[in-house]
Write a protein that binds this ligand. Sequence first.
Ligand code: ADP
Ligand code: MG
Length: 320
Amino acid sequence: MPGEFDLIRKYFSGHDDGSRIELGIGDDCALLKLRRDESLAITTDTLNEGIHFFKDTDPYLLGYRSLLVNLSDLAAMGADPKAFTLSLSLPEATDSFLKPFAKGLFELADEEGCSLIGGNTSKGSLSITISAYGVSCTDTLRRSGAKSGDGIYVTGFLGLCALYVEACYGRLKIDKSLLSSLCYKSMHQQCRCAFAKELCDLGYSHCAIDISDGIVGDLGHILECSNVGADLWLDKLPLAKELHTLVNDEQKRLELAAFGGCDYELLFTLPAETEDDVMDLCEEHDVPVTKVGIITSSQELRLFNHGKIVRPAAKPFEHF
Ligand code: ADP
Ligand code: MG
């Protein structure tokens, strides 16, 4: 069976003639040209019960999270969110589900000035699909924009969602009373759109991806699209503080932060001369940012831990 990305390449890529599409399949969003200096960034993501979230997850968190994962893709292009559609498949239309779901959804939508403009509702297994639309300047952040010598940076902290999932499956022994706060923190991430839009509009960065499949896998997409290599410093990864307090084994902590999915933080690259300006921007937006490596011309991804090359056994996440 082909993997997720081979499947997309084999069956769905290569069918647009490129005349109206500025950027098609292969990045965090597609881009349609609007006017000379503006593009419409479009993305879609589905959350399925049993695959992307556990049965009986708090509907408020599902509402928030289903929009967040889409806005995260807009952030990865530096696009300003404008509108979204919602396709909802539900086993039963109960007030006890829909009221908190809508509360979480509109909490984020209102915060980001992103309007619900349509959708579809049907009976079926619980599945939530959102398509989101944003406006960007034509010089967007792209997976293909990394250059040898750029620094590699990540916003926020990593590994919390992976920690929560491992704990739910019982693969990590964690006090059950901590699970609901872990669930809340790992699903209620900050939206990075405003920060990313300035990063892009001010011309500080040309390359980003959001971390949905673990930093190692997602950095791999940047390297492939930009035709470059990288040194990633595992000991510099900003680990969520719960990894330090709840996971004793250093190896396991690194594995969760480097290969765990669903962090929805922004991974971006910067030429050395914009680093100081970007650190000011981070303070303005109150966004923690950490330098975690460097882009190289070597064509390979090398992982370092305290200066030594390591070859971890874990693999980046794919759905198939
Ligand atoms: P992301 O994690 O940023 O949402 P994915 O890894 O899911 O992106 O997908 C990689 C690329 O493949 C994206 O450009 C996405 O739009 C595209 N893609 C995914 N599934 C399909 C599909 N069924 N048909 C066409 N394009 C797809
Ligand atoms: Mg993405």
